[in-house]
Design a protein. Sequence first.
Length: 287
Amino acid sequence: MDNLKGKTFVVTGATGRQGSAIVHHLIQGGAQVKGLTRSPQSKKAKRIAAFGAELVTGDMNDLNRLKTVFQGASGVYSVQNPYTSSFAAEVRQGKNVADAARATGIAHIVQGSAGFGEKTGIPSWDSKLEIKEYMQSLGLPLTVLRPTAFMELISDPGFYPMASTFHHMPKLMGADKKVTWLAIDDLGAIAAKVFNDPQKYIGQDIKLASDLQTVNEVRELYQEVLGRKAPHFPMPEFMFRLFTGDDLIIMWKYLRTANYDWLTTDATLAILPEAQTVRTWLAKQKG
Ligand SMILES: NC(=O)c1ccc[n+]([C@@H]2O[C@H](COP(=O)([O-])OP(=O)(O)OC[C@H]3O[C@@H](n4cnc5c(N)ncnc54)[C@H](OP(=O)(O)O)[C@@H]3O)[C@@H](O)[C@H]2O)c1
């Protein structure tokens, strides 16, 4: 990607699911990447260093450190995790990223967001909206990327798929309601394309989904492609709440009645025509 070459991008959350995919695709596109991490000695940090990222130590709670790290960068990918910090910390960290980007004159900031872009009462969506509004209030050159359900929810043990995706999600939102899926690797590819073409994407808020499948349909695909039943563990709701908090429960209850028929795969496929379907993604999980 011609516009990435010779440029440096800072990726926050670089050792995480989203961040590592973004690091990978930016480097593949010819960019230099500074991957922000609190623990440069960790296994996950070493993995992104092996892709070719420069590891930079920093905490998003530390505004001055962010300003130092952002010096000279052409763009910043901003993502925070409220589940491992808190919703208040997510907003504080996102605002710090915004303040540092403003202070250092970052030419393009891409926010890794979620949801449909309106206030819903879902804590992890509203927190990201608050960060977006703050970024806009500073006049930052912003693109918002909004995935809603990562395909990794189907298999990543960190997401408790047996109890969450194949039990509570269908119970709360309905097994026949479409889920708006996107693979995390495709988010990385899309972010790299967005950074490669700032003129086109600054000012855009893009709702991402490369496949729309209900949980029942995913169960059938799982059986068909992987040759075994999707895992299922009927955990009581109070126990699930103890593990994961209220956010997912509120989100899936909201999705039961929400109308998001307008959300198609068109915007995603226009950026990344080869974006995966649940079927092609499952096929990669074989073995
Ligand atoms: N699950 C879904 O389907 C879905 C869909 C859409 C959006 N989302 C959103 O995705 C976000 C989480 O992204 P993810 O899955 O990529 O998270 P993740 O895998 O937990 O990665 C987050 C990274 O952030 C870094 N980090 C945490 N606290 C930090 C701090 N104070 N300062 C600097 N770095 C810090 C950690 O790296 P170090 O430990 O190396 O510092 C960690 O590797 C959430 O906001 C969630 O709402 C999820």
